[in-house]
Design a protein around this ligand. Structure first.
Ligand code: ADP
Length: 461
């Protein structure tokens, strides 16, 4: 494959991830270009880029960042060679990746075909099955009628989880524990899927009790190399959304870790995957693991993998998009057997949500903002500064804190110390809740699963 140097990179995103990508590009000597909605007129990502352009004038705050043709037009008008989509917004929109390619703009991510394939969870399950990766018993296609659901329930039993075929962000999922809940749950899941993802298609899976969520970071280049960068444990979830992540996982044997990473790699090799992606699994208490989905994009929690491997995943994404081999001197990733992880990393997602009030998003002006820091502390923030206005328009992630140390215990202590150093006034945050998580004995012993938050009222005190 021929190589193509990226000189000007546009990030089709906002907040912390836009800034994270600008930083990566900046170190590579690439000029950075931001887009911003009218509502983001004074948002910090705008000012961290070398240039910035208003997108979607007259449109809503979310719609602006979803306006494919306006983004393409800005890119063409400003000599953009490449677009990084970040996560959320257009990151998993196959049409956007295709439009970039048509306009001869590099898309920093997998091909539109791969995005399409993994965007459909039923198709992704088929692919996993073909690759010989264990999947959770589920329907082979979206279900249309209660009859189909009953058929599945009779064969596999309850509990069942109803999931949107194009689902994401933990939305549109419903757990069903008995037959009399089934019809209503299907109706609700369908309507939630329709409003969230524009498609009402849902399918069924057996609901696994108390699994760990283990996911494997993959990166592939365009010349046939593909490696894994080990796994993350993302079991600390609220409403199926990740809150605290750990790498590597605690309480998973090296042998099991290796088997999970190998399964992920096999799947992505079978798919001919390129660029960064994550293969997600559920690990049951009896140490069986099952594929759930692939996220064909950079993830929020990529930071902790960077800390334990020393590999800059975003820079690797950019270099790979330019056509470089993973093992070329400019990227410098060694062969799989030589990729090591050392120490432990934890990420906490600090959000402007009120834990004492059902985690409803809080908004307003940050009257004070002092962050923690020091050795082994990494901060990825969007609008974390005194005077910033937190609007209701976007997700409530304020700052990601990642800590890194030799042992898991040291890493958790460092996290606690950092959380306590933060002073945020004017807007409520989940900081006290996060302190309770990282000091909980079950968390510290690695004895936790996806039910951790829901089963511990003491975390909310
Ligand atoms: P999304 O794409 O919305 O994030 P996922 O399929 O990745 O949805 O699942 C998100 C979370 O939901 C998982 O980490 C897990 O906690 C829970 N979950 C999903 N499927 C199952 C299942 N079959 N059994 C138990 N929990 C599940």
């Amino acid at each position: 494959m021929e190589q193509r140097k990226i000189n000007r990179l546009l990030v089709a995103n906002r907040g912390e991830i836009a800034i994270r990508i600008f930083r990566a590009a900046n170190e590579l000597g690439i000029r950075t270009v931001a887009i911003y909605s009218e509502q983001d007129n004074v948002a910090s990502h705008r000012f961290k880029a070398d240039e910035s352009y208003l997108v979607g004038a007259g449109k809503g705050p979310i719609e602006a960042y979803l306006d494919i043709e306006s983004i393409i037009e800005i890119a063409k008008r400003n000599d953009i060679d490449a677009i990084h989509p970040g996560y959320g917004f257009l990151a998993e929109n196959a049409e956007f990746a295709r439009r970039c390619r048509e306009e001869n703009i590099l898309f920093v991510g997998p091909s539109s075909e791969l995005i399409e394939k993994f965007g459909d969870k039923v198709e992704a399950r088929k692919l996993a099955m073909q690759a010989g990766i264990p999947i959770i018993p589920g329907t082979e296609r979206p279900i249309e009628t209660l009859q189909e659901a009953l058929l599945f329930a009779n064969e596999f039993g309850y509990p069942i989880i109803i999931k949107g075929v194009s689902g994401g962000g933990g939305r549109g999922m419903r757990i069903v524990r008995s037959q009399d809940e089934l019809q209503e749950a299907i109706d609700r899941a369908r309507s939630e899927a329709r409003s969230s993802f524009g498609s009402a298609a849902v399918y069924l899976e057996r609901y696994l009790e108390k699994p760990k969520h283990i996911e494997v970071q993959i990166i592939g280049d365009e010349v046939g190399n593909i490696v894994h960068l080990y796994e993350r444990d993302c079991s600390i979830q609220r409403r199926h959304q990740k809150v605290v992540e750990v790498a590597p996982s605690v309480g998973v044997s090296d042998k099991l870790r290796d088997a999970i990473c190998q399964a992920a790699l096999t799947l992505m090799k079978t798919a001919g995957y390129t660029n960064a992606g994550t293969v997600e699994f559920l690990l049951t208490p009896d140490n069986n693991f099952y594929f759930i989905e692939v996220n064909p994009r950079i993830q929020v929690e990529h930071t902790i993998t960077e800390l334990i491997t020393g590999i800059d995943i975003v820079q690797t994404q950019i270099r790979v998009a330019e056509g470089h081999s993973l093992h070329s001197p400019v990227i410098g990733i060694p062969a799989q057997a030589q990729i090591k992880h050392t120490g432990y990393a934890i990420q906490c997602r600090v959000t402007t949500e009120d834990p004492e009030n059902g985690f409803v998003p809080d908004t307003g002006r940050l009257l004070a903002y002092r962050s923690g820091g020091g050795f082994g502390v990494r901060l990825d923030s969007g609008n974390g500064y005194a005077g910033a206005t937190i609007t209701p328009f976007y997700d409530s992630l304020l700052v990601k804190i990642s800590t890194y140390a030799t042992t898991f215990d040291q890493t958790a202590r460092k996290m606690l110390r950092t959380l306590r150093e933060f002073r945020i006034r004017g807007v409520k945050t989940n900081l006290p809740f996060l302190e309770n998580v990282v000091t909980h004995t079950d968390f510290l012993s690695g004895q936790y699963d996806t039910s951790f938050i829901d089963t511990k009222p003491e975390l909310f005190r």
